[in-house]
Write a protein that binds this ligand. Structure first.
Ligand code: BGC
Length: 257
């Protein structure tokens, strides 16, 4: 298949690897919009580095893309090496993701970064104005809880607030969207757990705003009104597109946390 003819920095391909699904799309870097088809495939189980990288390569190949590729992972990524692996196979720990993806995708600009950092970067570039002002904590609610800290739009990478212990329980075990499903909670009951978690983040970090993304941000109207914390909580504008867009941006701009 022929690759789309574009200026090197006009488009890049973003992939967001989640616990259950892998999403990918070619992204217009000026607008943050997808160009053409959005690809969604089940995450291979077990989600080992080679199985996931082979799936990423298949998506990129199907799209006929031979330019930069960014991949967002639910891991702390330091100098392209996965340092943690939550909601993904433990074999990722210690994997040099750049080498792995080069083996599967060939030599090209590649970037690997934490999924919440990717989503936050996309929101800062293309989302709500508040994301670019003050000290903002961006959170994603999905299989886990991802976090990204921004001071006036600049990322402090690899924060892991989802694993903060609240009364002895990890925040994400209490209040991720997976926890809502697992414990059969309605929006009000789940929102009260989110409130507990955000109150603790507020007490420790005093951000100017929380911005909430992930699939559940689509239903923000059903749970945001139940929150009682002082800090403004705003739904992300890019919803669950953000991880893919941020991964593509990282590849084009050579972001290496
Ligand atoms: C992981 C984070 C990730 C978040 C959202 C957490 O379990 O530790 O690295 O950002 O899930 O996927």
């Amino acid at each position: 298949m022929l690759a789309p003819m574009t200026h090197p920095h006009e488009h890049a391909f973003g992939v967001d690897v989640g616990g259950s699904g892998i999403k990918g799309a070619l992204v217009d870097l000026m607008t943050g919009e997808f160009v053409g088809q959005r690809y969604v495939v089940d995450t291979p189980q077990p989600a080992t580095p080679d199985a996931v990288a082979a799936t990423v390569a298949r998506i990129v190949d199907d799209a006929g893309w031979d330019g930069p590729v960014g991949v967002a992972l639910p891991s702390v990524i330091r100098e392209q090496v996965a340092v943690t692996a939550a909601n993904i196979d433990p074999a990722w720990i210690g994997t040099n993701c750049h080498d792995l993806l080069t083996r599967h995708l060939g030599e090209r600009p590649l970037a690997i970064l934490n999924d919440a950092d990717a989503a936050g970067l996309a929101e800062v570039a293309h989302g709500v104005d508040e994301a670019r002002r003050g000290s903002v904590i961006f959170l994603t609610f999905g299989t886990g809880i991802g976090s990204a800290f921004f001071a006036h739009g600049a990322l402090f990478s690899n924060t892991e607030l989802g694993h903060l212990l609240i009364d002895g329980t990890e925040a994400e075990r209490l209040a991720s969207s997976a926890a809502k499903v697992r414990d059969g909670l309605g929006f009000a009951a789940w929102a009260s757990r989110v409130d507990t978690v955000l109150a603790e983040f507020e007490r420790l970090f005093n951000p100017s705003a929380f911005i909430v993304g992930g699939g559940i941000s689509t239903d923000a109207g059903q749970w945001l009104p139940h929150l009682s914390i002082r800090t403004p909580v705003l739904p992300a504008r890019l919803r669950n597109r953000a991880g893919v867009v941020g991964a593509a941006m990282a590849a084009a701009h050579h972001v290496t946390p």
